[in-house]
Design a protein around this ligand. Sequence first.
Ligand code: SF4
Ligand code: SF4
Length: 164
Amino acid sequence: MNAVYNNSRIVVAVLDNLATAMTGHQPHPGTGVTGMHSPAERILIEKIAEGCGVKYVRVVNPFRTREAAAVLKEALQQSGPSVVVFRAPCTLVDAREKRRRGIEVVPTRITEKCTNCMACISLLGCPAIVAEGGKVRIDENSCAACGLCISVCPYDVIEGSCAE
Ligand code: SF4
Ligand code: SF4
C-alpha cells in the first residue's frame, strides 16, 4: 500500500509454491484446503495486490523460464510498483501426490551428449545435479523430476518432462 501510495518503482516477487514448505507442507489460505483438510476457496495474492491498487500484476509459472524472464523484464520497466507472482506447485508435494495416485515419477536424465559445460550446476544449484571428476550426473534418488534443468541446458541433452 505504501509503495502504491508513494508510487515507488519496485518489483515485488512472490514465490508461491502452494505449500508451507519450510515447516512441513501444512495448508495455508492460498492452498485451497483448511487446517482440517476440507476444501476452501483460495485467497489469491494477486487479488490482494490488485485490491491495494497495484496496476501491473502478473502470475507466471517459473518453470517456463523464458516466459517468466519476459514478465520480469516487463515488470522492471514499469514506472510504479509491480507484483509478479511466480506460481507452481512444490515439486516434492507434486511428486508425492503423483505417487499416491499411482503415477510413476521418472527422474530426469543427462544423456551421453553432455558437454560438461557446467551451466546446469552454475545456473541452478539443484542438489540432485552433481559434478564428479569433471562430469555431471543427476542423482536419481534426489531428483524430483521438476524438469527445470531441461530448460537451462544450452545443448538440450537432458531428458525428461519439462514445463517449457
Ligand atoms: S548444462 Fe547440459 S551440457 Fe552442460 S553440463 Fe549440464 S547437462 Fe551437460
Ligand atoms: S529435474 Fe529438477 S530436481 Fe531433477 S535434476 Fe533437474 S532441476 Fe533438479
